[in-house]
Design a protein around this ligand. Structure first.
Ligand code: ZN
Length: 289
């Protein structure tokens, strides 16, 4: 009879060095991905020494954080200044009825550590602002944009492009989701897709227009997948591609996104070289051009 994957290695005595150089518990915990040749012991070690920052512990950040923690990402940072509200729980599944009123960053940290105590969780109970963005983004390998507004999305894009930091972008509304992965200097950025934020009120928010909870669930899981693939160096990332998801027709479509040589953020002659050049308070317009 075929022995299970973990039984083969756990059958070896503790003194026997297992091929992954992981603890017995780690071999069991991560067995279903250790068996994948794209992960293996080497990939698992990479995950365990990686650092991912999640901006927003909401509908996108919840599944992203849980899957990254489950996969064994060594350090997860959570940036969120909000408190858990009853109306969040329809989609922000990292929080619970028990944590209503608590800071989202702390509520997310508790849930991550309940799932996987090996993860080092760093909380930032603040908003990402032009003044703190470059500092907050220091020392991370990959960023998940789980924010719910254009202002933060453009800020994450510009800050990550300045720092050369890869990130996953996603946005959701009603039954629609879209996502792309940005690796600065290797592919296009979010401003190559949308040059400037639409004027306030032009695009409804999830609060105004609604969103089905599973839609950010699907998108957040894709964002975590992209982070894991980037860390272990497997497969093709969503760089230069925008993935579009329509839950009502249950279709995934994708279109190619090219780097715009005139992009103010990542173009041949970028004008956004520091974040004070952009009016994020208004509609993310580039001041100096
Ligand atoms: Zn660009």
């Amino acid at each position: 009879m075929r022995k299970s994957f973990e039984a083969r290695f756990l059958g070896q005595k503790r003194s026997t060095k297992n091929p992954f150089d992981l603890s017995q518990d780690q071999i069991v915990r991560y067995s279903r991905q250790l068996i994948l040749k794209e992960v293996g012991g080497k990939g698992q070690k990479k995950l365990m020494s990686s650092k991912v920052l999640i901006v927003g512990a909401g509908g996108l950040g919840s599944p992203a954080a849980l899957y990254l923690a489950a996969a064994g990402v060594g350090r997860i940072g959570i940036v969120d200044s909000d408190k858990v509200d009853l109306s969040n729980l329809q989609r922000q599944i990292i929080h619970s009825t028990r944590t209503i009123g608590r800071p989202k960053a702390v509520s997310a940290k508790d849930a991550i550590q309940a799932l996987n105590p090996e993860v080092d969780v760093v909380t930032f109970e603040e908003r990402l602002e032009p003044e703190n963005a470059l500092d907050l983004l220091k020392g991370w390998d990959f960023v998940i944009d789980g924010s719910d507004n254009f202002r933060t999305k453009f800020l994450i894009n510009d800050a990550c492009v300045i720092k050369g930091l890869p990130f996953s972008h996603a946005g959701v509304l009603r039954f629609i989701g879209m996502t792309t992965t940005v690796i600065p200097r290797q592919g296009p950025c979010y401003r190559c897709l949308i040059r400037e934020a639409p004027p306030p009120g032009a695009v409804p928010t999830c609060q105004e227009a609604g969103v089905l909870g599973t839609v950010p669930g699907v998108m957040g899981a894709i964002q975590a997948t992209e982070a894991i693939k980037f860390i272990i160096g497997a497969g093709n990332l969503l760089v230069g591609r925008v993935l579009y998801f329509d839950a009502l027709s249950m279709r995934f479509d994708q279109f190619e996104l090219r780097r715009n040589p005139k992009c103010p953020s990542c173009g041949d002659r970028p004008v956004i070289k520091d974040l004070s050049q952009v009016d994020y308070g208004n509609v993310c317009r580039v001041k100096a051009e």
